[in-house]
Ligand binder design. Structure first.
Ligand code: DGT
Ligand code: CA
Ligand code: ZN
Length: 600
């Protein structure tokens, strides 16, 4: 597994250390020892040097928090591929026992008791024991614990099926509420969300909050009063972590003096990959960047160790009032948080060719992809029109489902034509908003659209989407989409991959080939704002834009609420994929929209 010492996969080592720590917990080892393995794992995970090289040079113990004994275990693992201590302790338990530690309210002691007394060694076995009401009979458990564990079991199962990552939309409301709560804490000068939430990733593992205040403990005391807290996981000098009720979301709050806020916010916004790249750049300029700030390396040229830097006098700490200053110190254009993934943004920032006009909500003039009671929407067409108007939109594309989607109230030809009369009536009576006649046509199994060309031709906007037969293989699915693009009346490829976050994988298709053809045929690609979908993914948006394609920022609204609530998620995909105002078809008025989606 590790023939060469170089390029060791750190994540495998991190996983082994964490596992060993978890088994030691089961064994009843003291918390101090267990924590040492977690700390070592964290240290290795955050390492920017090559681990293989460190081991070869026998320099592991020079890392803070890694002592002789752990260093030996890492060395053994890196050189032989096994860690004897881990293998030994694993043999004492059934293979899935660590699953139990993922259940909230089930600590290592209780897990061990369940194993020793009931032979419970996995989530499934825990489920059976709970149902058989065997758990309540154990000493120290009881009916109340049983009920808690039944709940916890569900949480653990959900987490296991999603890799523990939650949808952005499920997290944002609580994250925003917490941010407001922290801003109201005594002495807080400024505060912000950080981490993957600030970078607008589609899924997030936890929420990171950063606040500026002189008295961190006073802020923590207020933080812990937040009504929805299930448990305080830890509280230290500058960080407090909590777990929330209902969502089981973990939130880390860091509080620093205002002078350190910008560099800390930058650090805890990430991403790690972005930082690793930035740090290399910084070194070339004689600077180091860490969570403690930006330092000019002293005349001696010594590199500060993390955590020591701020106390060392050889380095000069540079003032950083905001993130733009930090980037300026590196000779870089400011990089918006969404772009910080090391997807080429640092190279672009060096050359000052990062997009400066990323699309915002204020740029949108029309709302694209809406359903009403004519198909499976919740409100009438007129209500949708008035709601769009209230949002400051100047047009709304009416795109009901087509006839094949009978289950979703898809429109027969007659009903489609009847709808045109109503659209004309609303356009005459409701001033300030223009309804465009459209359809969300099914892309059938062979790539045909769902109405005759003679009908499609009469529509202002045709979205083509796949709703059925997701089971096709990659070749068939790709062929299907490519064929659809040959229809001259198709304007927009709707929710392209069909992915449902944490529920359904993207349909298999050769996306680059599809985007190549879309570019040739001038098809617009949809950023779908339904928070379960958010497809295109940001990576795909980027690929589309690189081919000169335009995207739509679509609400895919089935109600007046969704007209507004879905937009931030379509925008998140678009912005994260570097879409500028001019790359988005619905940032101009209705005529401009029609010009931009036009094919020839
Ligand atoms: P998540 O929580 O998995 O959705 O994604 P993030 O990016 O929010 O990751 P998280 O919460 O582990 O850490 C927040 C930020 O803190 C991360 O984006 C960069 C910074 N950070 C955390 N750990 C390390 C590390 O070991 N090395 C470096 N360079 N940065 C780190
Ligand atoms: Ca995070
Ligand atoms: Zn659809």
């Amino acid at each position: 597994m590790f023939q060469r010492m170089q390029s060791v996969d750190k994540s495998v080592v991190v996983k082994a250390l964490r596992e060993l720590g978890a088994y030691l917990q089961l064994n009843g080892e003291n918390a101090f020892k267990v924590r040492a393995y977690d700390l070592a794992a964290e240290r290795i995970a955050g390492l920017s040097d090559d681990l293989g090289a460190l081991v070869a040079a026998q320099k592991l113990t020079s890392l803070p928090g890694i002592g002789e004994s752990i260093a030996k275990k890492i060395e053994e693992f890196v050189t032989t591929g096994t860690m004897t201590t881990l293998e030994e302790v694993k043999r004492k338990y059934p293979p899935k026992i660590l699953e139990l530690l993922t259940v909230p309210d089930l600590g290592p002691k209780k897990a061990k008791a369940l194993f020793d007394q009931l032979g419970v060694g996995s989530l499934d076995e825990l489920d059976q024991a709970l149902r058989a009401q065997k758990v309540r009979a154990l000493k120290g458990f009881g009916e109340k614990t049983e009920e808690k564990l039944l709940n916890g079991l569900q949480v653990a199962r959900r987490a296991a099926s999603t890799g523990g990552r939650k949808k952005l939309a499920d997290v944002l409301p609580q994250a925003d509420a917490l941010l407001e709560w922290v801003k109201a804490a005594p002495g807080v000068v400024r505060a912000s969300l950080g981490g993957s939430v600030r970078r607008q990733k589609e899924t997030v593992a936890d929420v990171d909050l950063i606040a500026a205040a002189d008295d961190a403990q006073a802020v923590f005391a207020h933080f812990k009063q937040f009504p929805l807290i299930a448990e305080v996981l830890g509280s230290g000098e500058s960080k407090t972590s909590i777990r929330l009720k209902e969502t089981d979301l973990q939130v880390d709050l860091r509080v620093l003096p205002d002078a350190d806020f910008a560099s800390a916010l930058h650090h805890f916004t990430g991403s790690k990959a972005h930082h690793v790249h930035l740090r290399a750049l910084a070194l070339e300029r004689g600077l180091t960047i860490s969570e403690w700030g930006v330092f000019r390396i002293g005349a001696g040229g010594a590199q500060p160790k993390a955590g020591v830097a701020r106390h060392e006098s050889a380095e000069e700490k540079l003032p950083v009032r905001d993130e733009a200053e930090l980037y300026a110190l590196l000779g870089l254009q400011f990089v918006p948080p969404e772009l910080r993934e090391d997807w080429g943004e640092i190279e672009a920032a060096q050359q000052h060719r990062l997009p400066t006009t990323l699309v915002t909500a204020a740029d949108l003039r029309g709302t694209v992809h809406a359903h009403s009671t004519w198909s499976d929407g919740a409100q009438s067409l007129e209500e949708m029109a008035r709601a769009a108007l209230a949002l400051g939109m100047t047009y709304l594309t009416v795109t009901e489902h087509s006839q094949t989607s009978g289950y979703a109230g898809g429109l027969t030809l007659e009903r489609l034509k009847a709808q045109w009369d109503e659209i004309d009536r609303i356009n005459d009576t409701v001033k300030g908003i223009r309804l465009l006649k459209g359809i969300e046509s099914d892309i059938l199994e062979d790539g045909r659209l769902d109405y005759p060309d003679a009908v499609l031709e009469q529509l202002d906007v045709v979205i083509g989407s796949i709703h059925q037969r997701y089971s096709q293989d990659e070749a068939a699915m790709t062929k299907r989409v490519l064929a659809a693009f040959d229809n001259p009346f198709l304007h927009i490829f709707g929710h392209p991959t069909g992915r449902l976050i944490n529920k359904r994988e993207p349909a298999p298709m050769r996306m680059e080939e599809i985007l190549d053809k879309a570019a040739r045929q001038r098809i617009t690609i949809e950023c779908n704002g339904c928070p379960d979908r958010m497809d295109l993914s940001a990576e795909h948006v980027r690929l589309a834009l690189q081919r000169g394609l335009r995207v739509s920022v679509s609400s895919d609204a089935h109600s007046v609420t969704e007209l507004a609530s879905h937009l931030p998620f379509a925008l998140a995909s678009a912005r994260k994929g570097w879409a500028r105002v001019e790359d988005v078809v619905n940032t101009g008025d209705a005529d401009e929209f029609l010009r931009r989606i036009r094919r020839g």
